[in-house]
Design a protein around this ligand. Structure first.
Ligand code: T4K
Length: 369
């Protein structure tokens, strides 16, 4: 364990002097939260960067999911994927709804649209797909099913910051789109998140909901929550926005090197770029076929750990196997064969803007041995 630790990710940090200048402004104004000037500026700049009409900032990427379900009055059953971070399903549960797991497809690791209709019941009110690893899931097919049955689509795009398909922002797909700006994401505000919405009235409603439901000093129009982003994080976010493209380009170069090194290794599968897609390279998952590769996923995973290379098994175990959810009728492995297989095959390799050539070689060498 003598060699330097290589982690799965490393946060994009703003220049400390520039940040300090912004902190001085905040200190001077004494306005530190509740939709201050940096909060407003970041919302404006994110709308431009993400090519979306309206955005509302949040303290993390879980609360926009919870709030979207509230705002859309979602009840009953919500169809979702078991192959995600737990926050996706928790947001459904916290709204008093029942998550209904539908299997994923290997091609995108997103929910399989061909399996959605069979899971729809009279109680279904929404679909919550995830663009896992920032890879666009089959949103057009999902939206068509939602339209046919009158369902809402809440798109968990936590991983998909800056992703575009044929020039269109992926953060515009769905009725409401949730983003995470956690430290481990391509773009971070320390902790943070946002909800993208389509019209001004909805934006206003979300802004009320994230501020206890207040619509003025004395009027409360809804049972809201407190999930406002403060000025310090908004300032940090403004600085990071200036350098996120450079970070994405560095990640792209890492992806190219991984692909070149691993392309012909039997039993290792990974994603290539999709035509017309601007990827953000937020994760670099590889999938191990133990028989062809000669080692199981866990054998490789623990070998990497021994060498201080900390890949992560995102998303193992499946959400549907956790104690809260495993008794749901849709949670059985027989209903989720692809997700179960993929969760047992995946390792996300170290992927961030600061990986050195030596870091990459160390990681690749372990896999090639
Ligand atoms: N929907 C989806 C699809 C999501 O993936 C997530 C979050 C959400 C919703 C909810 O969004 P948030 O409410 O979290 O904004 C991480 C993140 O905490 C979580 O945000 C993320 N998804 C999930 C996939 O991964 P951990 O438990 O794996 O993180 P941790 O602390 O083990 O960190 C991993 C590595 O990152 C460390 O080994 C080193 C590096 N790191 C991490 C932190 C926190 C740093 O270098 N500095 C840091 O400050 O969950």
């Amino acid at each position: 364990m003598s060699e330097k630790q290589i982690t799965v990710t490393s946060p994009l940090l703003p220049d400390l002097d520039e940040f300090n200048e912004m902190l001085k402004e905040i200190w001077a104004s004494k306005w530190i939260t509740n939709m201050g000037q940096f909060h407003q500026q970041l919302e404006k700049e994110l709308c431009q960067y993400l090519k979306v009409p309206f955005i509302s900032l949040f303290t993390n990427g879980t609360l926009p999911l919870l709030t979207a379900l509230q705002a859309l009055h979602i009840t009953g059953e919500v169809i979702t994927t078991p192959y995600s971070f737990v926050a996706t399903t928790h947001s459904i549960w916290w709204n008093g709804c029942r998550p209904v797991f539908v299997d994923i497809e290997e091609e995108t690791c997103g929910i399989d649209p061909d399996k959605i209709e069979a899971a729809i019941t009279p109680k279904t009110t929404a679909i919550m797909p995830v663009s896992c690893y920032g890879k666009p899931c089959k949103m057009d097919e999902i939206q068509a099913i939602a339209d046919k049955y009158g369902l809402k689509v809440i798109h968990d795009a936590a991983h998909a910051f800056g992703v575009e398909v044929d020039g269109e922002s992926w953060a515009s797909k769905g009725d409401m789109i949730s983003l995470s700006f956690h430290a481990t994401k391509v773009y971070n505000t320390l902790e943070g998140g946002a909800l993208v919405v389509k019209d001004e009235a909805t934006k206003k409603r979300i802004d009320f909901l994230k501020n206890f439901g207040f619509a003025g000093e004395t009027e409360v129009v809804a049972p809201g929550i407190n999930s406002k982003m403060d000025e310090v994080r908004a300032a940090y976010g403004l600085l990071n926005l200036k350098q996120v493209d450079e970070a994405i380009e560095k990640r792209r170069q890492v992806a190219v090197k991984y692909r070149n090194a691993l392309r012909n290794v039997p039993g290792i599968r990974f994603f290539d770029d999709m035509p017309g897609v601007r990827h953000n390279y937020s994760y670099f998952p590889i999938f191990i076929n133990a028989e062809e590769y000669g080692q199981t996923r866990d054998e490789l995973y623990f070998k990497m750990r021994e060498a201080n290379v900390l890949g992560r098994r995102y998303f193992y175990p499946l959400i549907s196997t956790f104690s809260t959810y495993r008794s749901l009728p849709s949670a059985g492995a027989e209903n989720l064969p692809v997700a179960t297989k993929v969760a047992n095959e995946v390792i996300c390799l170290p992927m961030h803007h600061e990986l050195s050539q030596n870091d990459l070689e160390r990681t690749i060498d372990i896999i090639l041995k």
